[in-house]
Design a protein around this ligand. Structure first.
Ligand code: GDP
Length: 398
């Protein structure tokens, strides 16, 4: 027989243990729900006003949780609103170069291999030289550049071109010289003197301008840079949404204005937010209407002026569609007269065999191709490298 007193002690013991368990549970859960400090703002949109860090958003007077609360299933981890999207990790520059070299080789290979086949003929006669010229002109290299290249090839082939291996070496070297490896293709995207770098992205609608801004943000995020986007293409209805979505995927905020609003004021707010939030780079997408030169000049001039009230514009990237040939060259000319372009982004090179436009556009504007678009995928933008490009031309990409 167990005495009644022993039962009482046993019941009290069980009650104390249960209480301790419940208190422990509540404490653990309360701690695990504590504020998350995020490097990037949780709301990617409308961030003209800076935020003071995520922890400021968690109410400090949260009511004490009850036992029922402690037994609720844990909500999905995320922002204080529980709705932060899962951020993507963009591909690094090194890995995307390897992957995209194959794509470049696929689109540009026929040009290089065609040239090589002509140069490797047993007899390279006048007809052959004419065919070489035609091949280069058809590939949008441009007349002057073609004539220069053919003259150099002729001279060297006469002296050095004994075998087809010689022909390939000569062609490779001369093509690299033509694309000009001495040009500085680095992007000015570093904070300087306590202010962010500012990149204006200009170009005609449809060239891939907004897509390029999104892809460029990913390139920079992969390099651990803090980025803010400015959706100053307020004229194309979908552009702002499109840009915000690109940003959200990698946790980059987008400053936006009303549809049809003043692009310069969006650019101004984006740079202001960038300065206040101490980011590394502000990338501003601009409107791409090319109705007339004066209008374009007014618009881009104003955007640049208002931005420069706060920070220097460090890059003006002109986006050109490689598939548009002479049309692209005309656009390059007009934009070159309106703004000081510092670099060219050649998009859709995956869909064009006319890689010669790289040479033509560099000569037209006197500025380097800095980036190339090689597909519709999020990480299909690569830094332009003359040697890699020529290797791809010669079918050495894979
Ligand atoms: P925007 O009007 O200049 O801003 O043009 P968008 O950024 O909206 O792009 C227009 C279209 O071009 C979209 O369908 C993009 O996916 C496509 N695009 C952009 N860059 C590339 C590229 O490098 N390769 C291919 N194949 N398509 C591209």
């Amino acid at each position: 027989m167990v005495p009644v007193g022993d039962y009482i002690f046993l019941i009290i013991g069980i009650a104390v243990a249960a209480l301790a368990l419940v208190v422990g549970l509540v404490t653990t859960r309360t701690r695990s729900r504590g504020p998350e400090v995020s490097r990037r703002p949780s709301d990617p949109d409308v961030l003209a006003e800076p935020r003071v860090g995520e922890d400021a958003e968690t109410p400090r007077d949260t009511p004490t949780r009850t036992i029922e609360d402690a037994e609720l299933p844990e909500p999905a981890p995320g922002s204080p609103r529980g709705s932060a999207p899962t951020l993507e990790r963009p591909e690094s520059a090194a890995s995307r170069l390897v992957r995209l070299r194959e794509r470049l080789s696929r689109s540009q290979g026929p040009l290089g291999r065609g040239l090589l086949a002509l140069l490797s003929r047993d007899v390279v006669d006048e007809d052959t030289w004419e065919e070489i010229e035609d091949t280069l002109i058809t590939a949008d290299v441009g007349v002057t550049a073609t004539q220069e290249l053919v003259a150099r090839l002729r001279t060297r082939m006469k002296v050095e071109g004994k075998t087809s291996a010689d022909a390939e070496d000569i062609l490779r070297e001369e093509l690299v010289t033509l694309v000009d490896p001495s040009m500085d293709r680095s992007l000015a995207v570093d904070r300087r003197d306590g202010v962010p770098a500012v990149v204006l992205v200009v170009g005609v609608n449809g060239t891939g301008k907004t897509t390029t801004v999104g892809k460029l943000a990913r390139v920079l995020v992969a390099e651990d840079k803090d980025v803010i986007l400015g959706a100053a293409d307020t004229f194309r209805a979908a552009a702002t949404e499109q840009l915000s979505t690109w940003g959200e995927r990698v946790g980059v905020p987008t400053v936006r204005g009303p549809e049809g609003g003043d692009p310069a004021s969006v650019a101004f707010e984006a740079v202001r937010a960038g300065i206040e939030q101490e980011v590394d780079v502000v990338i501003v997408d601009t409107a791409g209407r090319l109705q007339n030169k004066a209008g374009l000049m007014d618009e881009l001039g104003k955007v640049k002026r208002v931005v420069e009230k706060q920070a220097a514009v460090t890059e003006v990237l002109l986006v050109l569609d490689a598939t548009t040939g002479q049309n692209g060259m005309t656009q390059a000319r007009v934009f070159g007269e309106v703004v000081d372009v510092t670099g060219i982004v050649l998009t859709k090179l995956d869909g064009s065999a006319k890689g010669g436009i790289v040479v033509a556009v560099q000569r037209e504007l006197g500025v380097p191709v800095k980036l190339v678009g090689l597909g519709e995928g999020a990480d299909d933008l690569a830094p332009f490298d003359p040697e890699t490009f020529v290797e791809a031309l010669l079918g050495r990409g894979n």
